[in-house]
Structures are given as structure tokens and as C-alpha cells.
Design a protein around this ligand. Structure first.
Ligand code: PEP
Ligand code: MG
Length: 324
């Protein structure tokens, strides 16, 4: 089977009825980079920068951050890399950061909330990214943004850093694209205010859906109780994708569901044209979409999404079975 997927590397990611789909890879360390070429992914849709911080016993210095980001960009070549700024706090504890234990870590002082309160951390990281991406396009994305003001504030810090380097006569990225994760349900209801401000959006369905159903994604007692193929969840995802598409804002989804063929198929049926997943999933997902007739499937799912089913999993499975 591995050989079968390897053979798919150079064939286009296109559905049976000719709809092109962008398949990106998630990554977090240099060891992930060879997979970019091996899988034929279109780029890195999510680079989790916190991993460098988590595998280190002290705060990575500016030089170490620059080195990692520059190496990642060099190995990615012409393919885009979306760097997500530090997503720590809550259960991703950094011993050298001195954060207190929290009752509800997933809902706590983490990600953008933490770095907006400790802006030096964010400033250093953004400085490292700006330096590493000199002469190229830099894609930066902020995690756990819950309202538009947080996005504005984070982007303002990026702008301050950019001006600083410019004043110092340092070479800058050729272009800077700034986006946000959409993984807090409240942000989905601020799209009219948010979309004019962002260059792209990536849905973090792991967090988004755990908050949507109020069910801890890591607690097996409840994580299986709600299905992400429930109409309520699919309507949420479709609404976000439709709003972004209408506003011409590139939108992607980088949660684990993008890497499971049935879920990925559903996303494409909902209208997604770009998804990002672990490297091992690219082959299976590409194999799935080359057999998929999106036109037929979209009509099928549109009929079901407002219906009474608790989940559409069974019906989507039968569609997949009946249509090869
Ligand atoms: C997500 O929440 O879907 C996501 C991609 O971020 P992480 O899994 O790193 O929280
Ligand atoms: Mg997340």
C-alpha cells in the first residue's frame, strides 16, 4: 500500500470530475521536512512552532529560532510554509515559562492569550520569522484567536517588528501574509469584521469542535460521544468556508479530520478546496479524492445537512461504498 501511495506522489490532487484540491502537510520540526518532497504536498499548511520550545529545556534563543525557520524555508523551496506562532500554555507546559496549573487548561491562558500578555515572547518570535524569511514570502498565523481585537493586536506587533528591522536596514520578506487559526467558535461569528483584515484562515477543527460540543478532545469518556460528521458541526464548517470563499479569503482546515479519508471527502463535499494533514495521510486522502465525484457528492450532502440525522457518517460511508 505504501508503494501505491508513493506512486501517487506526482499525480495531480484532483477529483474524478476534475476539481483540483490543495493538499498541505502539517509539520513542527526539521525531521518532518523530507516528507514534503516524498508526499508531493503543496506546502506546509501548519508549522507548529511550539515543538521547538517543547523539546528544549530552556527558551530557544533568537538565533536558534532563526536557524530553524530558515532551514524549514530552505527545504521547502518554492512551496509555501505557514508558521503558526507559539501555541503553548494550558496542557502544553513549558517548564521555563512559569505558568500556573489551571482548572481548565484548554480554556485557559494559552497561545495568543499568553503571548499578548508576554509580548516579548511574540516579538522575538516574529523577529526571527521576519529575518528567516528575508527575500521570500512569509506566512504567519496566530492560534486561539477568539476575537478580532486579538488579531489586530498581534498583527500590530508584527508591524512594529517589521518597521524596526526596516529601520535597521535589514533585508525583509518580499511579502508578508498574515492569517489566523479559526478554532474558537466565537470567531466564526465575527467573520464580517475579521475577513477584511486577514490574508487567510485555517480552521483548527480539533479545538473548534471540542469547544463547539464542549467535549474534551483528549478524554475518551466524552471524545467519542459527539461525531464531527454531525450536521451541526458540518453546518458550522460549511458556513465558515462559504463566508471566506465569498470574500475571496483563502481558507483551509488543518485539524486531524483533514487526514481521515471519509472526513476529508466530507470537507470537499462541503466546498473546501484546501486541507492540511499529517504526512502519512496525504497518500490515502489523494487516493480517495481521485475517485470522488464532487458534483454528485455535494448534491447528496446538501440534501442531508438540514435533516434530522444525529450524524451523517453512515450515509457518507454508504455513498463512498456505492460510488467506488
Ligand atoms: C487544531 O486545533 O485543530 C489544530 C490544528 O491545532 P492543535 O491541534 O495544534 O491544537
Ligand atoms: Mg488548536
Amino acid at each position: 500500500q505504501r508503494a501505491e501511495y508513493a506512486a501517487l506522489r506526482d499525480v495531480p490532487a484532483e477529483t474524478r470530475d476534475g476539481v483540483p484540491i490543495k493538499l498541505y502537510m502539517n509539520a513542527g520540526l526539521m525531521v518532518d521536512l523530507p516528507h514534503l518532497v516524498e508526499t508531493g504536498a503543496d506546502g506546509i499548511g501548519l508549522f507548529r512552532t511550539e515543538l521547538q520550545f517543547m523539546v528544549s529545556s530552556t527558551m530557544p534563543r533568537l538565533a536558534a529560532q532563526i536557524e530553524l525557520y530558515a532551514n524549514v524555508l530552505a527545504s521547502a523551496g518554492d512551496r509555501p510554509v505557514i508558521f503558526r506562532t507559539l501555541d503553548v500554555g494550558g496542557d502544553k507546559v513549558l517548564p521555563y515559562l512559569g505558568a500556573a496549573r489551571e482548572e481548565n487548561p484548554a480554556l485557559g491562558w494559552r497561545a495568543i492569550r499568553l503571548v499578548l500578555d508576554r509580548p516579548a515572547l511574540l516579538r522575538y518570535q516574529l523577529r526571527a520569522l521576519l529575518i528567516a524569511a528575508a527575500g521570500r514570502t512569509l506566512h504567519v498565523m496566530f492560534p486561539m484567536v477568539a476575537d478580532v481585537a486579538e488579531f489586530r493586536q498581534a498583527r500590530q506587533i508584527l508591524e512594529v517588528e517589521r518597521r524596526r528591522l526596516d529601520r535597521l536596514g535589514r533585508p525583509l520578506p518580499e511579502a508578508i501574509r498574515v492569517g489566523t487559526m479559526l478554532e474558537v467558535p466565537a470567531l466564526a461569528y465575527q467573520l464580517p469584521a475579521l475577513l477584511p483584515l486577514v490574508d487567510f484562515i485555517s480552521i483548527g477543527s480539533n479545538d473548534l469542535l471540542q469547544f463547539f460540543f464542549a467535549a474534551d478532545r483528549g478524554n475518551p469518556k466524552v471524545s467519542g460521544r459527539y461525531d464531527i460528521l454531525a450536521p451541526a458541526a458540518l453546518k458550522l464548517l460549511k458556513g465558515i468556508n462559504d463566508a471566506c470563499t465569498q470574500a475571496n479569503v483563502p481558507v483551509s482546515l488543518c485539524g486531524e479530520m483533514a487526514g481521515r479519508p471519509l472526513e476529508a471527502m466530507t470537507l470537499i463535499g462541503l466546498g473546501f478546496r484546501s486541507i492540511s494533514m499529517n504526512a502519512v495521510s496525504i497518500g490515502p486522502v489523494k487516493a480517495m479524492l481521485r475517485g470522488l465525484n464532487v458534483g454528485d457528492f455535494r448534491a447528496y450532502i446538501d440534501r442531508l445537512i438540514d435533516g434530522p440525522d444525529r450524524t451523517l457518517r453512515g450515509k457518507i460511508e454508504s455513498f463512498a461504498r456505492d460510488h467506488g
